[in-house]
Design a protein around this ligand. Structure first.
Ligand code: AMP
Ligand code: GLY
Length: 425
């Protein structure tokens, strides 16, 4: 079959790479794609947020399956419009995508469904937000309610930082409209992991576990980013915990959405904190995680095209996923300066050498200029390697990275450290 994939980041390169290796898939068309994706797909320069352009592209291409990678077009209602025209779509409708599009909606739905999560209040008035923060004390978490590319969360160690963050968001300074409502949350303590599910109506198929590193610097210090690295499986997610997450988090939230008339078809991503009192939900996303998708796709052995088409056509029941038993670990290479300002257009050499050293390189913010690859975004490459355990996958990934010829890059040196500590205990 022909698949139309929407998006152009590292997640979409991993999806494209796996789709192209799926026996059921003969051709992948990607909008807009990137130079890495172009190795496996025909890229068409229609932006992932150009809804009218994407509808026209679907009409022209007549794909048997459309996979929507990023959250923004889902929150804009792309899947609804494609379904209205009769296409098989993997990705939720707008009403279900609100789970990611509005943190305040997600928290209300969690409360309604009894899904374990941090205590919270939502505010639009800065003085009331300040009162809440003073009453609860630090540490405390302040979140912009709308979409902020993973950067709209401040985990504050003191009350003044939290108040300043809430006021700044509500004044529209830091995240525009996304910050016109803030969610203030109790700070949860524990280890984080990502639990993803392929969902098709009432059928919920768990993917293997993964864990990402959201903070910029080694030791999980510094500001939050879109994700600096990830690995799968995450040893902290035991089979028992996985079952608890499925039964107390995924099933009830999907059922609660359905009660509101929003059927879910697509990826449910639950960000989990493993607290002393069990797994609690940090956030929901309605698409594959980036960079979690990169190690997950490297390990998935099933035909991805067949699974996503079955989900889109509501015949997922009975399908099982097969996984490589090894660990996959992805180190994200960013432009130096990210998540702040950085210089674009720097030449990136050595990608083929990194691959020759045993890693798969997924492109994110790259572009091709005069025949060379340059950086065009903050998160640029996902250097992903397999190993018998986390330590050996980490070793291969970092050894391969030494071959990268890009002086202006930045990456964390410790991706996987928590899991390695666990392995070696
Ligand atoms: P979110 O986008 O809501 O997942 O938040 C981004 C990151 O902020 C999470 O991955 C956590 O590291 C951190 N975070 C979010 N909410 C909380 C919370 N209630 N307690 C502690 N850390 C949090
Ligand atoms: N890795 C975090 C995310 O995709 O939201």
């Amino acid at each position: 079959m022909k698949v139309l994939l929407i998006g152009g980041g590292g997640r979409e390169h991993a999806l494209c790479w796996k789709l192209k290796r799926s026996p059921s898939v003969s051709e992948v068309v990607c909008a807009p794609g990137n130079p890495g994706i172009a190795q496996d797909a025909r890229c068409v320069s229609v932006g992932a947020e150009d809804i009218q352009g994407l509808l026209q592209l679907a009409r022209d291409e007549q794909p048997q399956l459309i996979v929507v990678g990023p959250e923004v077009p889902l929150v804009m209602g792309l899947a609804d419009q494609l379904r209205d025209e009769g296409f098989a779509v993997y990705g939720p409708n707008q009403a279900a995508a609100e789970l990611e599009g509005s943190k305040s909606f997600a928290k209300q739905l969690m409360a309604e469904a009894g899904v374990p999560t941090a205590k919270f209040e939502t505010h639009t008035d800065p003085d009331l937000a300040e009162t809440c923060i003073r009453n609860w004390g630090a540490p405390i978490v302040v979140k912009a309610s709308g979409l902020a590319a993973g950067k709209g969360v401040i985990v504050a160690d003191d009350v003044d930082t939290a108040i300043a963050a809430a006021r700044d968001m509500l004044a529209g300074n830091s995240f525009g409209d996304a910050g016109s409502q803030v969610v203030i949350e109790e700070c949860l303590i524990g280890e984080e992991a990502s639990c993803l599910f392929i969902v098709s109506g009432d059928v919920i198929l768990p993917l293997d576990s993964s864990q990402d590193h959201k903070a910029l610097l080694d030791g999980d210090k510094g500001p939050n980013t879109g994700g600096m690295g990830a690995y799968s499986p995450a040893p902290c997610i035991t089979p028992d915990i996985s079952e608890i997450v499925l039964e107390t988090i995924a099933r009830p939230i999907i059922a609660a959405l359905k009660r509101r008339g929003a059927e879910f078809i697509g990826t449910l991503y639950a960000g989990i904190m493993l607290t002393e009192n069990g797994p609690k939900t940090l956030e929901f996303n309605v698409r594959f995680g980036d960079p979690e998708c990169q190690p997950l796709m490297q390990r998935l052995q099933s035909d991805l095209g067949e699974v996503l088409l079955a989900a889109a056509e509501k015949r997922l029941d009975g399908i099982q996923l097969a996984w490589d038993a090894r660990t996959s670990l992805c180190v994200v290479v960013t432009s130096d300066g990210y998540p702040g300002a950085f210089e674009k257009g720097q030449t990136i050499g050595g990608i083929a050498d990194v691959e020759a050293a045993g890693a798969t390189v997924f492109h994110a913010g790259t572009a091709q200029q005069n025949g060379v690859i340059v950086n065009s975004g903050g998160r640029v490459l996902g250097v992903t390697a397999l190993g018998e355990d986390v330590r050996s996958a980490q070793k291969t990934a970092y050894a391969a990275l030494k071959k990268l010829d890009w002086p202006g890059c930045f990456y964390r040196k410790d991706i996987g450290y928590r899991a390695i500590a666990r392995e070696e205990n």
